[in-house]
Design a protein around this ligand. Structure first.
Ligand code: 3BY
Ligand code: FES
Ligand code: FE
Length: 424
């Protein structure tokens, strides 16, 4: 589904001034190195991040199967912007700023629900599921409800992954859609259901949370449960890992025969998509490597598919396995606080207790998330030290952090220049 192009948009600020702190930190920043302290700790930089990144980029919300019926909605908070995402009576996904056009109250307070209409709890202005204002009281003869629809937010679904963009003119997402669809479509994300979810808060800047996710330099020292299945290499031709390299060569032949793409997609600095094998004998991200659900996704017949690892800046990463999908979403809460939401999906017809067990299916990533939280929080404490100076990234193990920080600095520079164009 192409992204919706709503007509009634919030005004975009004309000038984009970065704070002095952000400018100084940009000037201080060295390519190939961790970011200067202020980028991880400073309130003014955080505000710039929200304006330059989170209010302009496509953000992952969650799986579309959370919204199966007309009137189903989910809410999320993007810094100061509360947002509603819903399915309307025609089955179309829509997103709105969760702010009443009367005096601004939020309309939906719950994290998710179903509503035939959106009724403001304050004075009961009522909107239909297309955002049209349909009921008011005592507003006088001159009042025209047509002038007060809910303000729309761009929304699109990529094979059942819901993304929103708060910008007036969103960056291109079609490139991402085209690149990842062949990799994830065979897993049929739309025909899955959430069977476990976790929301944790990490006392760390959002960029440290993302940086932690973009490298496996830390995996050997931190993630015994994950390493039952996960191979530490990020690229299929990484000959540092001889065993994994051999598995990859063999799996590549099998996946080619199944018409399942696996080669790394060049998403520039914005996204990445690749299918990598699991370790010898492992089928899934479980404590013993055995499948998390007996029911394979979609029409898949082969349980040993490793995982499609996909991410898109700035707020999400995903694993698509033969029988399970795991989505990760981050939302910044402050300069040193970040929410991380994880959802575990299985086939929509899988039966709990027969096909899968919730604890068994989620325990590896519950443990891994807790370990990553500790690492990110340690990192936050250390970069907050006045003695901190940014050290060099490993070009071999941390090339994705080099890409990420390059992309991030570029976002700030483009924001300041008033450039809304996408980079890829
Ligand atoms: O598996 C992930 O989601 C990533 C890949 C490497 C580090 N991290 C655990
Ligand atoms: Fe919504 Fe008054 S603020 S009806
Ligand atoms: Fe980790």
């Amino acid at each position: 589904m192409p992204s919706q192009m709503p007509s009634n948009r919030p005004a975009q600020p004309q000038t984009h001034m970065l704070s002095d702190t952000t400018r100084a930190a940009l000037a201080e920043s060295r390519p190939g190195h961790a970011l200067p302290r202020a980028f991880y700790t400073d309130q003014a930089v955080f505000e710039d991040d929200m304006n330059a990144v989170f209010y302009r980029e496509w953000l992952f919300v969650g799986p579309e199967c959370e919204l199966p019926e007309p009137g189903d909605y989910v809410t999320l908070q993007v810094h100061e912007a509360p947002v509603i995402v819903l399915r309307d009576n025609d089955g179309q996904l829509r997103a709105f700023h969760n702010s009443c056009r009367h005096r601004g109250s939020t309309l939906c307070q719950k994290e998710r629900g179903n509503a035939a209409r959106l009724v403001c709890p304050y004075h009961q202005w009522t909107y239909d599921l297309t955002g049209k204002l349909i009921v008011t009281r005592f507003m006088g003869g001159d009042f025209d409800p047509k002038d007060f629809p809910l303000k729309p937010v761009h929304v699109t679904s990529i094979e059942g992954l819901v993304y929103i963009c708060l910008a007036e003119t969103p960056p291109d997402i079609e490139n991402f859609r085209a690149a990842i669809t062949p990799y994830i479509a065979p897993h049929e994300p739309r025909k899955t259901k959430i069977v476990a979810e976790s929301t944790i808060v990490e006392e760390a800047n959002w960029k440290l949370v993302i940086e932690n996710n973009r490298e496996c330099y830390h995996c050997a020292g931190a993630h015994p449960e994950l390493l039952v299945s996960l191979v530490e290499m990020a690229l299929p031709n990484d000959q540092r890992f001889a065993d994994e390299f051999r598995i990859m060569e063999q799996k590549a032949r099998e996946w080619d025969a199944l018409n399942l793409p696996h080669a790394p997609v060049d998403g520039g600095v914005e996204f990445r998509c690749i299918r990598l094998p699991f370790r010898e004998g492992a089928y899934s991200m479980t404590m013993d490597g055995q499948p998390a659900s007996k029911k394979l996704l979609g029409e898949l017949t082969e349980p040993d598919l490793g995982s499609v690892r996909a991410f898109r800046v700035p707020n999400n990463w995903h694993h698509f396995l033969s029988e399970m999908i795991i989505h990760f979403r981050i939302l910044p809460l402050g300069p040193n606080r970040t929410e991380v939401r994880t959802v575990w999906m299985v086939h929509e017809d899988a039966i709990e207790g027969w096909d899968y067990d919730v604890d068994r299916l989620s325990e590896v990533w519950v443990a891994t998330n807790a370990q990553d939280k500790e690492l990110a929080e340690n990192n936050q404490k250390g970069v907050t030290s006045p003695s901190y100076t940014p050290g060099p990234y490993s070009e071999i193990s941390e090339f994705m952090l080099i890409n990420f920080t390059e992309w991030y600095r570029d976002c700030l520079s483009r924001y300041e220049a008033g450039d809304t164009e996408s980079r890829t």
